[in-house]
Design a protein around this ligand. Structure first.
Ligand code: OSB
Ligand code: MG
Length: 377
């Protein structure tokens, strides 16, 4: 089977979060992601999502840089070119440096297109584990104004059945908050994510966190660092997990060689697509390094891609793949991406990503549209 995309549509869509979310860098209450539809001449389509934050505080990309890259470089590189496998689509924009969130969205659309054309799910196309019809779902909780307010969120998440809790931490919202969660839930799988806010000068805080039996501490140090993380890992029993620092298979190999972390957060967006995410999974699996699937508050399309990659056998830890209603009132897809008692079904037998855009909902959320190829609007 050969695919030639003739038309790429970009939809900048905005959805309000059901409750504001605070990380060590900032608070937000609305998300703006780009939905991408690719179409071939026979009308087969595929959907993807670039889930970059609107602001450059998690990484250097923003929604607007993604729009620019998609409209001016990535979609033009795809339109009119033939390919056979979505895993090869990335080669079409190999010259483009960085901009992984933008790349991930359009590559995801190619996977969805290929899977729909073949009548299989993206999970199966990726090599998802047939014996795993559902994956363990964890949830990421933002920084709250007090330990008591955080505990309310933990209580709610535990009642919903999530299999592990990730809590965001930052200076002034770390040891005391983790201690409060541990005092109430001594055995709950809990981890902490610092989003790069500490430095090696904060090693004492890290040593204190080391006493709480956390599953891991995620990205305590610099957003591009692996060297200081390797230094810190030597001081701690708790495994470090890398998120922001790992942009590619090469980054992952170097970090593992240095023992800069003992767990990897695989984010489809941060790695520039499903193919690179799978390569990182394969490397970690071959080295016995556990991985889990990270998220960026994706809408349904990106969330479905997370579920698909999370179905690979090396994802042995619950990820940040929670129900869409953790973040949004109404999503853009049907069926909605929802976990039941902490288990998220993998739509192994639905074509493509398995969750279809509802056009009227997308239209209501869209604030800008562009088309590359086809008929210009
Ligand atoms: O570090 O994983 C992160 C959200 C925004 C920026 C960075 C991160 C996050 C999350 C979200 O943790 C996880 C989720 O989508 O539930
Ligand atoms: Mg993180």
């Amino acid at each position: 089977m050969t695919f030639t995309v003739t038309e790429v549509d970009l939809y900048l869509a905005k959805l309000p979060l059901v409750r504001p979310f605070t990380t060590s860098s900032h608070t937000k209450d609305t998300m703006e992601h780009i939905l991408i539809r690719v179409r071939t001449a026979d009308g087969t389509e595929g959907w993807g999502e670039s889930a970059s934050p609107a602001d450059p505080y998690y990484c250097a990309e923003t929604t607007e840089t993604c729009w620019h890259l998609l409209r001016d470089f990535l979609a033009p590189a795809l339109v009119g070119r033939s390919w056979e496998r979505a895993e090869q689509a990335g080669a079409l924009w190999a010259k483009v440096r960085g901009n992984n969130f933008a790349k991930a969205g359009i590559e995801m659309a190619c996977w969805d297109l290929e899977a729909r054309a073949r009548g299989v799910s993206v999970a199966r196309l990726l090599g998802g584990d047939e014996a795993r019809p559902a994956i363990e779902s964890g949830v990421s909780l933002g920084i709250e104004p007090s330990p008591a307010a955080l505990l309310e969120q933990v209580d709610r998440a535990v009642a919903e059945g999530y299999k592990r809790i990730k809590m965001k931490i930052g200076p002034g919202h770390d040891v005391e908050y983790v201690a409060a969660v541990r005092a109430k839930y001594p055995d709950l799988p809990v981890m902490a994510d610092a989003n790069s806010v500490y430095t090696l000068a904060d090693v004492e805080i890290m040593r204190r966190l080391d006493h709480f039996g956390l599953m891991m501490i995620e990205q305590p140090l610099g957003n591009d660092d692996i060297i200081d993380h390797a230094t810190l890992q030597k001081e701690l029993q708790t495994p470090l997990c890398l998120d922001e620092s790992i942009h590619s298979l090469d980054d992952c190999r170097k970090a593992l060689d240095m023992d800069a972390g003992r767990i990897i957060n695989i984010k489809v967006s941060r790695l520039g697509g499903l193919a690179e995410a799978r390569r990182v999974h394969d490397l970690c699996r071959s080295r016995g390094i556990p991985v889990w699937c990270g998220g960026m508050h994706e809408f349904g399309t990106g969330r479905a891609a997370n579920v698909a990659i999370n179905s690979l056998p090396g994802f042995t830890l619950p990820g940040d793949v929670s129900s869409y209603h953790e973040r949004y009132r109404e999503d853009l897809v049907e069926p909605p991406v929802v976990a039941y008692q902490g288990m998220m079904p993998v739509p192994l037998d639905r074509p493509g990503l398995g969750h279809d855009i509802v056009p009227a909902r997308l239209e209501a959320a869209t604030v800008r549209h562009a088309r590359i190829g086809g008929v210009l609007v």
